[in-house]
Write a protein that binds this ligand. Sequence first.
Ligand code: URA
Ligand code: SF4
Length: 202
Amino acid sequence: EPGAEKWVPHDGGMRKVRATLGDCRGCELWEDAEQAVAGEGPVRSRMMLVGETPGDHEDKEGHVFVGPAGRLLDRALDEAGIKRSDIYLTNAVKHFRFEREGKRRIHKTPSAGQITACHPWLARELDIVKPALVVIMGAVAARTLMGPSFKVTQHRGEKVELPDGGTAIATVHPSAVVRSQDFTRDLGLFVDDLRAAVALLD
Ligand code: URA
Ligand code: SF4
């Protein structure tokens, strides 16, 4: 089992993480993606939000949450009174996974093996930022942070302890809200979870 571990620097802080992430060959996802997308935000953030993987826009632009999910997240953060510039925003898996359908690149959920392979990068970010609270957004972030049996739908909005130490709260992924058949309700529930996160920090 290779995984990212041997590419992750254990000195040099976030600057070095960002400088070395693109060299990672810990799984096969680097081959077809344009680039690895590093987390963003102050290294002293008290809150870290963890999504899934870069999408099509993120892969092209090299920044987290700049596509449709990012716009939804921005709106929800705003409604919850959270400044994007105050939080550290990252993904469970750093390269885009997709299938080609003609000219389109269709997002595919990363496999359990890819999620495990990429975990050392997220572990290093957690080690550097040491957030007071991690917001787990969706099933992929939940798998890498809480293990395979944790169900976001059962625990959303609850305070949970991370197995590796630290406090977290789980919610859905903003893409799930974008696609929702009951958009207003699901946006409201997502904002409620973000407000619960803010309350846990107070
Ligand atoms: N979805 C994610 O989980 N992360 C991004 O950066 C974009 C979409
Ligand atoms: Fe490395 Fe993660 Fe990219 Fe796989 S997805 S190559 S483990 S950075």
